[in-house]
Ligand binder design. Structure first.
Ligand code: HEM
Length: 157
């Protein structure tokens, strides 16, 4: 069996589930929640959907990292020293940002902070969370663009 290809297949499947979910939350769920009338309804809907997605995101970020670092190990870590592989740095950066948010910031700070903010000004709280999701989604899509192009020999530099 070709373990490299298996790693690539698992890597892409994990990325699809993870970033696809971020896309769904950003373009469908948050806009729907923002249109709900009461603060309680908004909070319940958001926590139920985002809470479920959080577990999926945790598992898929782990699979992405294990398979990604495995492929990098087989290729050779010196790739990190070559600027034409900027998209590998971008992948690691995106993974690091999500890992810090999912495993540290969200459970220890963001959750409590968000609940407090929603009580004070729900409109603004959801606006901020929506913008943050857009930033992460755009960064992830640019990274996927660079990673697919780069993996197939289109380097740009
Ligand atoms: C720990 C973080 C990561 C590492 C070490 C890593 C590493 C790698 C490596 C070594 C490859 C193969 C490149 C090649 O064949 O030349 C790859 C492919 C790829 N990665 Fe990552 N990656 C990571 C995270 C991510 C993230 C966060 C995304 C999405 C935002 C992503 C999306 C992709 C895609 C779409 C491919 C291309 C698959 C293909 O077209 O064959 N990776 N990654």
């Amino acid at each position: 069996m070709d373990y490299f290809t298996l790693a690539r297949v698992l890597h892409v499947l994990a990325v699809v589930l993870w970033i696809g979910g971020v896309g769904m939350v950003t373009t469908v769920i948050i806009p729907a929640v923002k249109r709900m009338k009461s603060r309680e309804e908004q909070m319940e809907a958001f926590e139920k959907t985002e809470g479920r997605f959080s577990l999926q995101a945790k598992i898929t970020t782990l699979i992405t990292a294990i398979t990604g670092f495995y492929m990098l190990h087989l290729y050779g870590w010196e790739r990190l020293l070559d600027l034409k592989f900027w998209w590998i740095h971008a992948m690691i950066l995106v993974w690091l940002i999500f890992t810090v948010i999912l495993f540290i910031l969200e459970p220890f700070f963001l959750h409590k902070l968000f609940r407090k903010y929603v009580k004070k000004d729900p409109g603004k709280a959801f606006e901020i969370i929506h913008r943050a999701h857009w930033v992460l989604l755009i960064l992830s899509l640019l990274t996927i663009f660079g990673a697919v192009a780069g993996s197939h020999g289109w380097y740009f530099i």
